[in-house]
Design a protein around this ligand. Structure first.
Ligand code: FAD
Length: 301
């Protein structure tokens, strides 16, 4: 099933995110994480591609595990900052062979040591989207940044380029994490005004450990509301309390979003099935996954 069809149903969808291991020797452990995460019955699971724009050897394998072994719809991320067209065509062929038809097309961060762009390479995600469309019948999503992408000259310029990305064939958007829902509501208004009418999936990051906080506070432009900062200050050196508070904060954000008509939520679960499980449990009367067919597989595939 294409994610664009799923998002058209107007039902609440909650999806999760996984990242693949760097080494092949860690794949068995990653498969176990997929199995545990599948038990909470997310609407789909996305599998990131490398990090900081690097290539990934195991995204296709993990997406295959999600969809063809565990019966959950998979969204494979694909970045192009570190790849030429040959590599992209190779990955697209692998996804097609495994019947994975949903791709989140990204430029990726530009690695510091890379002379970007190399010849035969993409400058922006919109070019990758055009290439994927020409390759085959994929459903393509893209990233968006409610607070503006850090490289953008202005939020206006960023949204102008976002419109180009949607016009290139992007059928849905997933947002960067945000900790103040008003930032998303403001972004949705500006996007609609610009003529961006594809579904926007709200990306929520449950902050459950001190390392994540360091990373988030180093991200330029991510607004941290006073309520969020108070949690961090109070519980930063109490890991179990921070985890509980982080899960509660994320749950609260999600409930407010759904109450205000934002039906599609993506949780940056960062390979933590226990965190996903706790949030899904908190939302058990709000998100009710589709009924399963008799063989136990998710019927949405
Ligand atoms: P683009 O859409 O190409 O935008 C990048 C910048 O270029 C923006 O500032 C934009 O305004 C500008 N721009 C766009 N088009 C033009 C144009 N025509 N002319 C001039 N400027 C233009 N990274 C990974 O490495 N792996 C992942 O799996 C991954 N998953 C992600 C998932 C989500 C939901 C999000 C929000 C981010 C993810 N990232 C991932 C990070 C992402 O790759 C980086 O944020 C990257 O810097 C930008 O990627 P993009 O696809 O948004 O780029």
């Amino acid at each position: 099933m294409k994610i664009s069809e799923l998002l058209r149903t107007k039902e609440v969808t909650i999806s999760c995110e996984l990242f693949p291991p760097k080494k092949g020797s860690e794949l068995a452990k990653a498969h176990e994480v997929v199995r545990e995460m599948a038990r909470v019955k997310p609407a789909f699971m996305s599998v990131t591609y490398g990090a900081s724009g690097g290539i990934s050897e195991h995204t296709v394998d993990l997406a295959n595990e999600v969809q063809n072994v565990n019966g959950v719809l998979a969204l494979a991320h694909l970045t192009c900052a570190s790849s030429g067209r040959d590599k992209i065509q190779e990955v697209l062929g692998e996804l097609q062979n495994r019947k994975i038809e949903n791709i989140l097309a990204l430029r990726g961060d530009i690695p510091a040591d890379l002379d970007f762009p190399l010849p035969n390479q993409y400058h922006h995600a919109s070019e990758l989207i055009e290439e994927i469309k020409a390759f085959g019948d994929f459903c393509i999503g893209g990233a968006c940044y409610p607070e503006g992408h850090p490289e953008a000259d202005s939020v206006e310029a960023d949204i102008e380029y976002l419109k180009q990305k949607v016009d290139a064939g992007c059928e849905f958007l997933t947002t960067q994490m945000f900790f103040d829902n008003n930032i998303l509501y403001n972004f949705l208004y500006r996007a609609l005004k610009k003529g961006i009418e594809v579904p926007v999936i709200a990306g929520i990051m449950p902050v459950t450990n001190a390392n994540q906080i360091k990373r988030i506070t180093s991200l330029s432009g991510t607004a941290l509301p006073a309520r969020f900062r108070a949690i961090v200050e109070r519980f930063a050196d109490k890991p179990a309390a921070l985890k509980q508070a982080g899960i509660a904060y994320a749950t609260d954000q999600i409930i407010d979003l759904i109450a205000n008509g934002v039906n599609n939520i993506h949780i940056y679960t960062m390979n933590k099935p226990d965190v996903a499980g706790a949030i899904f449990q908190n939302l058990s009367e709000i998100y009710i996954p589709g009924q399963e067919p008799e063989d136990g597989r998710n019927q949405k595939i």
